[in-house]
Design a protein around this ligand. Sequence first.
Ligand SMILES: [Zn+2]
Length: 348
Amino acid sequence: MTITEKKPCDLCGSDLPTPRFSHALESGTVIQVVSCGACGLLYTHPRPTRDELVPLYQKTYVDIPGKSAPSTVRSMVVRNRVLRSIWHRIAGQCMSRFLSRARGRVLDVGCGTGDLLVEVVARGCSGFGVELNPQSVAKCRGRGLHVTCGGLEDIDESIEPFDTIVFWHSLEHLPSPRSSLQRAARLLAPNGRIFVYAPNAHSYTAALFGPSWVGWHLPFHFTHFTLATLRAMVGASGLQVAQMRTVTAEFLIGNSLHVWAQARGGAMQRLALRGAFGTPLFRAAIIPAIRMLDAFMPGRGENLFAEITVGAADRDGGASHFSLLDSHGMIIDTRIPCHSHSQRHASR
Ligand SMILES: [Zn+2]
């Protein structure tokens, strides 16, 4: 398996990749996470083309062994909306927060097998999706969902606009988050909202686990956002962040520990192989510590959750001007040209 695609920075267009760390795939191919020398965006370099991705998706995903919660408890929580919402808050999952904000016609970009759409439909919204995997699309259609097989670019812009567009752990997978956000903006109704949920590469868990952090998820994640670079990407797309927060979910920490322990060897590896970091007991035990860390380190939680609106007209003659932090925490001023979106919205 070769991985060949080398692209410049999606945020500022510079081609100044600075290596941060290397990662060897099972096939022996070595890829890197690099930061853009001009704006600090972290991205995967090189990355797979669409054709190269297909066989990779078929064989790889971190599957952590361990017993799941007893089925009676699990099914009670899954079926009861209030219990599920409480559990999501405790466990640091933003699902309930998103569901309480979703309204009208909802488009899920990279909808998988449609679990999120089923939830929004149950709340009285209309659910639409786009998904590359034909098997997942078939499953969605079997669940009565309106799903297009393909990418965001395959949705006709003349379609009735959407009130809510969500990138739930999908923006970081896309070849160009900037053009996908611009495309989403063109499909959005006036006063519509875009939601992004993505791993935070500046989180305490990313710092703790280093290359073992599952949020890198190489080679599938092409862009590795932080609060600063997601905000910048949103601005460069002609949109604006209405609110953004970070939150840590307990199950991803278990996955990171599993990967880290396996790489470390010895007793930790044996624990990992027995599935110690995937048990309900372990997951429950770490929740208080995670909630405390999130409270004391705002902005350093494991996942970014952003609510985005259509921005005001650009200042500075069509350039969005923002500050962001580089890998050492230094502030960089960056100007990024940004015109196509505003022109389009002005004409609507
Ligand atoms: Zn850049």
